[in-house]
Design a protein around this ligand. Structure first.
Ligand code: GDP
Ligand code: MG
Length: 299
């Protein structure tokens, strides 16, 4: 049998923060490689998710959500990563939430359309829209406002229409040799995934302020015969935040550790021994030098 010609495409998932980009990426890959939460600005890095099916290879680019009106160095870094990710891709999945299209969405769409690429509009969270009478006019007005290659309403959470969206992408994949081996799912290391999972467990257990001031650094990561040892430090900006993360009698930190260990064992398929520390690094989110150390380096 003659094998079909390979097709490979870079597909960026772009959208406002919290619209569901990372949830969608995990759907496509059927595993968690990008952390998600109901709090905005969870994703901070550019992260690749690779899906290879026979002759087709889709290289998804998950990005930090774009957000305006924040002036700290970390916010600028995240916006830069988001906008840079549009360059050089074949297809953009522009994601919005059902029935919402605000100024930030509009700004982003303008940025995307500067590079004449195929833009697929992905309308997420349709599970929250009960009436079709609302959704259809919304779709119609968007289709009139911009020349989208396609418009696909989905629910990333309920996994509705994900297959249709994948087909829409596959139809548009350019010819080209695969960039990654067929069993590779991400460009990131296990060590990186570990730090992200720990950060996610912390984000979901603290109030609204700490997540934006939190970074996780892996101090040690080594494997023994039956167990992988991970030692990590959670950095926050103030003593009060350190107190929140640790909790009364260390309860919260313990719960973060237990949840992270369980999730890590599941994600990595290994037994994990996890030790967490909490430290204060004053104002690190506005200090490029400190950010470099934490892995938020531009360029
Ligand atoms: P990102 O910032 O764009 O990467 O968004 P996330 O993937 O982190 O998701 C943000 C929040 O929206 C999380 O709480 C998700 O569970 C939730 N979410 C994602 N997709 C859907 C969806 O289709 N329906 C609903 N109701 N919630 C969703
Ligand atoms: Mg995300």
């Amino acid at each position: 049998m003659i094998s079909k010609e390979e097709r490979t495409g870079l597909v960026a998932i772009i959208g406002r923060t919290n619209v569901g980009k990372s949830t969608l990426l995990n759907d496509f890959l059927q595993q968690k490689i990008s952390i998600t939460s109901r709090k905005p600005q969870t994703t901070r890095h550019r992260l690749l998710g690779i899906k290879t099916k026979k002759e087709n290879q889709i290289v998804f680019v998950d990005t930090p959500g774009f957000h305006r009106g924040h002036k700290r160095a970390l916010n600028k870094y995240m916006n830069k990563v988001a906008l840079n990710s549009i360059e050089g891709v074949d297809i953009v999945l522009f994601m919005i939430e059902s029935l919402k299209f605000d100024e930030e969405d509009n700004f982003l769409l303008k940025q995307i359309s500067k590079n004449t690429k195929e833009v697929i509009l992905v309308i997420n969270k349709i599970d929250k829209t009960t009436s079709k009478n609302d959704l259809l006019p919304f779709i119609k007005s968007l289709s009139e406002s911009f020349n989208f290659a396609e418009i696909v309403p989905i629910s990333a959470l309920k996994k509705t229409n994900i297959e249709d969206l994948e087909q829409a992408i596959i139809h548009r994949l350019p010819k080209g040799k695969h960039l990654y081996q067929e069993d590779q799912v991400t460009d990131k290391t296990e060590r990186f995934l570990a730090s992200e999972i720990i950060r996610e467990k912390c984000i979901t257990r603290v109030g609204d302020e700490v997540p934006y001031r939190l970074a996780v650094i892996i101090d040690q990561y080594y494997e023994e015969k039956r167990i992988t040892h991970i030692v990590a430090t959670l950095f926050v900006e103030k003593n009060s935040q350190k107190g929140i993360v640790i909790g009364q009698k260390g309860k919260r930190l313990k719960s973060i550790g237990t949840a992270a260990r369980k999730n890590l064992e599941e994600a990595l398929g290994k037994k994990i021994m996890l030790k967490l520390w909490v430290k204060v690094k004053k104002d690190w989110t506005d200090d490029q030098k400190a950010m470099n150390v934490m892995g938020y380096k531009v360029g």
